[in-house]
Design a protein around this ligand. Structure first.
Ligand code: KIV
Length: 285
């Protein structure tokens, strides 16, 4: 099983690593079997799974619901629960309660929090209690209104210096890694070189220790235009649409179901045939 110590070792050995978001049982199972060592149950699920315009409406209960499903599908990957907006902002006590839920109810191994400043103290407290923390700096989507939109951060010297000092403080507080999102390549690289803990980039260029992408973006399972940092490794939205259109056609013209997808009254004999007569959803479950 991948642990936070392995992630630290990845950096020490100069081994670049891939992280993906996961939101449900089956995708977690497939991604883990494909060799993804770290799965993030990101609050991006609010946008890609639940249709919210930002991540701000996502609740702890929604996150726990998805975290539990991911934990049922993945047993080897390091699982990170993303603390949603207002689940750690009111007090350190609230942060501990929310993080504890991710571990106890959600089956996660660590949590991720956005921002520097006050988050440093929370990181220190959670780490001291045995809850590993992943930081998140740069474009932090929970600050969308303060940033005036989902905009690249760290373009000025002052902003870049702030990201670097926040990163160092989070490292000092015990964070085991930091996501750097939406920053210029120079910032991604210089922060990575200044830290002992690994950085995980998303739109932060090639100089970070690891890379993370949102599951739906990486698979082309979206309907809109992808941001510049996204590489589409598949075009699933198109595949799904064309499969659905074929299904509609075949039901309409009576091609489906054919005899190979239908039961007969006295057709089953022997264990293999009997198994084919089982009525069960999802052949991989
Ligand atoms: O919510 C999320 O999926 C994230 C990643 C994009 C880093 O925070």
């Amino acid at each position: 099983m991948t642990t936070v110590l392995d992630v630290q070792r990845f950096k020490e050995e100069g081994r670049r690593f891939a992280v993906l978001t996961a939101y449900d049982y089956l995708s977690a199972k497939i991604l883990e079997e494909a060799g993804i060592p770290i799965l993030l149950v990101g609050d991006s699920l609010g946008m890609v799974m639940l249709g919210y315009p930002t991540t701000l409406p996502v609740t702890m209960d929604e996150m726990i619901h998805h975290a539990k499903a991911v934990a049922r599908g993945a047993h080897q990957a390091l699982l990170i629960g993303d603390m949603p907006f207002m689940s750690y902002h009111a007090s350190v006590k609230q942060a501990i309660t929310s993080a504890g839920r991710f571990i106890q109810e959600g089956g996660m191994h660590a949590v991720k929090l956005e921002g520097g400043g006050r988050i440093v103290e929370i990181t220190q407290r959670l780490t001291a209690m045995g809850i590993p923390v992943m930081g998140h700096l740069g474009l932090t989507p929970q600050f969308v209104h303060q940033m005036g939109g989902f905009k690249v951060q760290g373009k000025t010297e002052k902003q870049a210096a702030r990201i670097l000092s926040d990163a160092k403080e989070l490292e000092q507080a015990g964070a085991f890694s930091i996501v750097l999102e939406g920053v210029p390549t120079e910032v991604g690289t210089s922060v990575t070189q200044a830290l002992r803990i690994p950085t995980i980039g998303i739109g932060a260029g090639p100089g970070t220790d690891g890379q993370v992408l949102v599951f739906h973006d990486m698979l082309g399972l979206t309907t809109g235009k992808a941001p510049k940092f996204v590489k589409r490794y598949a075009n699933l939205a198109e595949e799904i649409a064309s499969a659905a259109q074929r299904y509609v056609r075949e039901v309409g013209d009576g091609t489906f179901p054919g005899p190979e997808h239908s039961y007969s009254a006295n057709g089953s004999a022997g264990p293999a045939k009997a198994q084919r007569d089982e009525v069960k959803y999802g052949s991989s479950v």
